[in-house]
Design a protein around this ligand. Structure first.
Ligand SMILES: Cc1cc2nc3c(=O)[nH]c(=O)nc-3n(C[C@H](O)[C@H](O)[C@H](O)COP(=O)(O)O)c2cc1C
Length: 195
């Protein structure tokens, strides 16, 4: 019998990457999954040390079949977080693609009824975004990017959050609910938190 964990996927986005890594540092029982672009972007932004400081195991996108997603069928995870999620990954997820590690995590989470929490980069028609070497740039997400985020909001077992406060609050709420089940619901504990 072992406690379930949280899976956190990072895609190749500079937007709110720093803040996502900061939240990751505060959590326990987490596995991190990187898209191929995320692995590059983390280097470009100089965030490798911050990633390592989280202390979590890191899975990279190295296989065509996304081998690590089998962990969803072994009931390892209670929740999948995808933050930050690029326009590219959001578009693929919104249309049901599963041709990379992160899009596969989302698809397999859906197929095993594990709840996903997604922070999409494209939250508004005009944004300020962090670029490498500590400077900010203006970004104007296209209508199709915003439409894809809106489409994802209709998916079952999926919460799309608008900002880092909502992301943190949603994660805390899920952890508290799972903990409550664990304390109070007797037999349900074993369904919700353990295998
Ligand atoms: C420095 C840098 C920063 C980037 N930041 C973003 C971003 O904030 N949002 C985004 O959608 N794409 C961003 N990209 C582009 C993605 O990395 C690119 O679309 C990549 O193919 C995404 O792959 P993934 O979705 O599999 O991670 C950035 C690229 C670079 C080089």
């Amino acid at each position: 019998m072992r406690s379930k964990r949280l899976a956190w996927a990072i895609t190749g986005s500079g937007h709110y990457l720093r803040e996502s890594l900061a939240i990751l540092q505060t959590l326990q029982d987490v596995d991190i999954y990187l898209s191929r672009a995320a692995a590059e972007i983390i280097q470009q932004y100089g965030f490798q040390a911050a990633l390592e400081a989280t202390g979590h195991k890191v899975y990279q996108d190295k296989t065509a079949s996304s081998v690590p997603v089998e962990r969803f069928y072994e009931s390892v995870y209670h929740t999948l977080v995808i933050s930050p999620a690029t326009s590219n990954t959001i578009a693929k997820m919104a249309y049901g693609f599963s041709d990379s590690l992160v899009t596969n995590l989302f698809a397999q989470a859906g197929k095993t009824r594990v709840h996903s929490v997604v922070f999409a980069c494209d939250t508004a028609p005009e944004l300020e975004s962090e670029a490498p070497r500590d400077h900010m740039v203006k970004v104007f997400p296209r209508q199709i990017d915003l439409d894809n985020v809106a489409k994802l909001k209709h998916f079952a077992d999926t919460t799309v959050v608008e900002d880092m406060n909502a992301l943190q609050a949603t994660i805390m709420q899920r952890l508290a609910t799972l903990h409550d089940l664990h304390l109070h619901d007797g037999i349900q504990v074993f369904d919700a938190l353990t295998e």
